[in-house]
Write a protein of this length. Structure first.
Length: 751
């Protein structure tokens, strides 16, 4: 089926709700169709490209912008193939309705999923404009060439602008895909070239609108005292003093559901006021007593200690290649390591906020920085007890998310309160709310053992891990990871070791577990990347030489010995035939980072390098981190080098920005990140006790070396994080002799 369709004005208005336009292309994105919910059951366009008679081009973005540049990147692809003048391209945001399909912004998948179809859409527009010009001139289409927003007739020099051609093009059929001529890479005007974000001018000038920037007439403000323990219920509340605070309007009880609650809100007491500050002061004046319930038994540190060496508990065998136990018994030498990562929190700069307006006619409007506009629409409808088609979402720019704004309890709170009060309500979270009431990434304990023969060759590897499953937030009694999460650096470890045994130990969950940047790749990369460095030292090898040797010959990793519960290998929602795990590409980034980082060069005293490499979200990344530690124990990260193979690079500057930001994000959590829970209650509250990397601790220079080889593009939002932490910790060992097996690094560094 053709993924592009020329829409009539009537069809466009029916689908988009917009005014008439001269030339409208509807693009059907893969994996986005909902045939029973919108017109055109045989063809459901999710993105619209419009060209009006003035020559203005408007492209709908159906992914949220949170600094990753997707509102710029995908339109660049369309505009390039369309031969459009970028200065005449405008971007509009989708609104969560089904006509825009799947609007989930996660998994570093937007570019890889939509690159080809966006090229096809742009090329279709270009050819149709050439056909329209040929029709007007009575010329052969082959004589008409679209170039930078106009079509030229080369034999005569005649020129028609795109706006002049819009009406004629609107009546033409979309050409079949086989008739399209996509550009060669050397013809690209925008793809592969640095391009500033379309939102950057407004951001710089303070005109960009984020979640807390929208003012709705008649709006009131809510700040909520929430149960400090997951599943806790209100026992009693005295709101006498709160109601005395100037500006406080009301105090209302917001009931919470039973756990696991998914995206639903915690139990709480909402203070409604004329301003956020009045609501905060009112909340501070509440006298609340909670019934903590079963969740009060949870202590994160003792729970991690109880997991111990992972020798007890129910176990699921997830990979069994050869006979690792026999290899262990016959080994002449063994190496073992146990690695632990605590709960962390996302620490996005923008605290959670949502504004909802439940209107008298039973419709709902929502303004919120959400990663899933379509899912937010469904969640909001459920909270308001109305049908989803009565919900309209204005998806705002997002000031940092990392997965937290994919969990929409804050949206539910605003919707419920607006329905209760019958007026628009903004729910504003404080930084303390954000830290204490998060969906925390899982804690993890992993143990690795390697067997070596008399020649110090690695004969076997045993890997046992325990970690909380995100699914436990939605479904009760989930104790193991599913295939998709295991395939994030655990069962897809591509080392050419003859005997491998991987086991997942059952783990109970007592808090809300959520996505965070790179998800389970963080745990697997830290444990395996650190262990490989230990293994290199034990073998007397350079860590990069050790990695390349264990990686083995170039091949497509075919998951030998992997035991799956579902059908087929999870591969970040892609088939392994289309996106195989190519170990040669991993080797290539390793070799590149070795060359670019100066690996192996003589360093001055106190300056050391660490290395790690990892594939996540189909992108191959190798990382070298340089650290300095002086005699007084002062620590710094002067330089980081990344080598990256993400296939075709759309916007190099933005890819580099993702890795530069990713290095600082990873450094924050590696050095300081720890959420501790005692009696079910989070002990941290703000940046004084949940630190992020400030200027002195953040990497000073981050060099990103891209391999743009024409391969299908993959994602870059999440892949910077996994290899950074093991590379950092390996560098710390090289500098100090202190092996970091437990995160955060904290005060473990000794000069």
């Amino acid at each position: 089926m053709n993924t592009v369709r020329n829409l009539s004005r009537r069809d466009f208005i029916k689908l988009s709700g917009a005014g008439a336009a001269a030339f409208v292309i509807g693009v059907q994105l893969p994996g986005c169709s909902r045939p029973n919910e919108i017109p055109f059951a045989e063809f459901m366009p999710n993105v619209f490209i419009t060209l009006d008679s003035s020559g203005a081009v408007t492209i709908i973005a159906n992914r949220a912008e949170m600094g990753q540049g997707i509102r710029t990147g995908l339109p660049m692809v369309v505009a390039d193939e369309m031969e459009a003048d970028w200065a005449r391209v405008a971007i509009e945001q989708s609104d969560g309705t089904p006509k825009y399909g799947n609007q989930a912004t996660d998994g570093s998948k937007s570019v890889r999923m939509y690159y080809s179809v966006m090229r096809e859409a742009g090329a279709s527009c270009r050819l149709m404009l050439e056909q329209a010009a040929a029709g007007i001139w009575g010329a052969e289409v082959s004589e008409c060439k679209a170039e930078f927003h106009e079509v030229k007739h080369h034999p005569t020099g005649r020129v028609l602008g795109y706006g002049e051609l819009a009406n004629a093009a609107s009546s033409l059929p979309v050409p079949p895909p086989e008739s399209l001529t996509l550009k060669r890479p050397d013809e690209f005007r925008y793809i592969g070239k640095d391009r500033a974000l379309v939102d950057l001018p407004d951001i710089i000038r303070g005109k960009a609108l984020y979640g807390a920037d929208y003012l709705v007439p008649g709006m009131v403000y809510a700040v909520i005292a929430r149960s400090p323990v997951v599943g806790g219920k209100l026992k009693s509340v005295d709101d006498t003093e709160a109601r005395k605070v100037a500006g406080v309007i009301d105090v209302v009880h917001l009931e919470g559901p039973q756990v696991p609650a998914g995206f639903m809100n915690k139990e709480g007491i909402a203070v409604i006021a004329e301003s956020t500050w009045a609501a905060i002061r009112g909340r501070d004046s509440l006298d609340v007593e909670w019934d903590d319930g079963p969740g009060a038994s949870y202590n994160s540190r003792s729970f991690m200690d109880d997991l111990g060496d992972l020798s007890s508990g129910d176990v699921r065998l997830v990979r069994n290649l050869g006979d690792a136990d026999t290899a262990w018994k016959s080994a002449s030498h063994t190496v073992s390591g146990r690695y632990r990562i605590p709960h962390i929190t996302h620490a996005a700069m923008e605290p959670l906020v949502a504004t909802a307006h439940y209107e008298a006619d039973g419709t709902l409007k929502l303004w919120a920085p959400v990663q899933y506009a379509d899912m937010a629409r469904d969640v909001a409808a459920q909270a308001a007890e109305i049908e989803p088609d009565k919900v309209t979402i204005l998806q705002t720019l997002i000031g940092g998310a990392f997965g937290r704004k994919a969990q929409m309890d804050f949206v539910v709170e605003a919707v419920k309160l607006s329905r209760m009060l019958g007026k628009p309500v903004r729910v504003q979270w404080t930084r303390e709310d954000d830290v204490k009431h998060g969906y925390y990434p899982a804690l993890s304990v992993q143990k690795l053992d390697a067997s070596l023969d008399g020649a110090r060759r690695v004969t076997g590897l045993r890997h046992r891990l325990a970690t909380n499953s995100i699914v436990s937030t939605f479904v009760p009694d989930i104790r193991f990871l599913g295939d998709d999460f295991l395939n994030q650096g655990i069962i897809d470890m591509p080392l050419a070791i003859p005997h491998v045994r991987v086991e997942n130990v059952a783990t109970e969950t007592f808090v809300r577990i959520g996505w965070c940047r790179s998800v389970y790749n963080v745990y697997s990369a830290f444990s395996i990347g650190s262990f490989l460095d230990e293994l290199a030292i034990a073998r007397g090898l350079d860590p990069i030489d050790n990695f390349i040797e264990l990686l083995g010959p170039d091949r497509n990793f075919d998951y030998p010995g992997v035991i799956l519960e579902g059908d087929g290998v999870p591969n970040y929602d892609e088939s392994v035939e289309v996106f195989p795990f190519e170990t040669g590409r991993l080797r290539r980034v390793v070799e590149l980072v070795r060359d670019k980082s100066g690996w192996g060069e003589v360093r001055s005293a106190g300056r050391s390098l660490g290395f790690a490499a990892h594939r996540s979200f189909l992108t191959y990344v190798a990382c070298v981190v340089e650290v300095t530690v002086d005699a007084k124990g002062n620590f710094a990260i002067p330089r980081v080098d990344y080598a990256v193979d993400c296939g075709t690079v759309i916007n190099p500057d933005q890819v580099k920005a993702q890795f530069q930001g990713g290095a600082t994000f990873a450094a924050s959590h590696a050095l300081y990140g720890e959420v501790t829970i005692s009696g079910g209650r989070t002990e941290q509250s703000n940046f004084h006790d949940y630190r992020v990397a400030r200027m002195g601790a953040a990497p000073r220079e981050v060099f990103v070396h891209l391999i743009g080889d024409g391969e299908k593009p993959t994602g870059v939002g999440e892949p910077p994080v996994p290899p950074f932490t093991p590379a950092l910790c390996n560098a710390i060992f090289s500098a100090t002799g202190t092996r970091i097996r437990d995160l955060p690094v904290g005060d473990q560094i000794k000069a």
